[in-house]
Design a protein around this ligand. Structure first.
Ligand code: RTP
Ligand code: MG
Length: 158
């Protein structure tokens, strides 16, 4: 900002089904706290096919999409809103590259190296941009948005 103060940023972090199943939650949260993120909100939820497909809609035409949806619906996920300066990029750095088997070689201290398995089962998610972070936080935590309050449902009830 113009006065040089450092502004906090929010990102959406998720522990995917393999992370929860493998009991990695505590270890991942230790990393989160060690790197001085604040956990503003968290909830555990089971995604169904529609919600998983909607969350990963950008990948709907990819060959790996059916497998991704099967994976993401295979058990509950833990979603968290993390906050700190530069949260979006810092969380992406901490989780490491998409392919966990490669992460174990190139980024051995990353979360995906610690608890992921391969290019699909990589145990965690992080928003990849400010726009994604806003969309994904709303997806899980602000489902009754101000838009819908001001939209046709609200108007129709008048
Ligand atoms: P995420 O969105 O989950 O944080 O992961 P990412 O940005 O590192 O990777 P992205 O390209 O957005 O892919 C989303 C998720 O799809 C699965 N995937 N499988 N089999 C494959 O080649 C493949 N590629 C991606 C992974 O679970 C990946 O995190
Ligand atoms: Mg992604």
């Amino acid at each position: 900002s113009s006065n040089g103060s450092k502004e906090k940023e929010k990102t959406l972090a998720m522990i995917k089904p393999d992370g929860l199943l493998g009991n990695y939650t505590e270890r991942i949260k230790l990393v989160i706290l060690e790197y001085e993120f604040s956990i503003l909100k968290e909830t555990t939820t089971q995604l169904d096919q529609d919600r998983a497909s909607s969350f990963y809609t950008e990948h709907s035409s990819k060959s790996f999409f059916p497998s991704l949806i099967k994976y993401m619906t295979s058990g509950p996920v833990l979603v968290m809103v993390l906050e700190k300066e530069n949260a979006i990029a810092d969380w992406r750095t901490l989780i490491g590259p998409t392919d966990s088997s490669r992460a174990k070689v190139t980024h051995p201290n990353s979360i995906r190296a610690m608890c992921g398995v391969d290019s699909e089962k990589n145990c965690v998610h992080g928003s990849d941009s400010l726009q994604s972070a806003q969309r994904e936080i709303s997806f899980f935590f602000e489902e009754i948005s101000s838009d819908s309050c001001n939209g046709k449902h609200f108007m129709a009830s008048k």
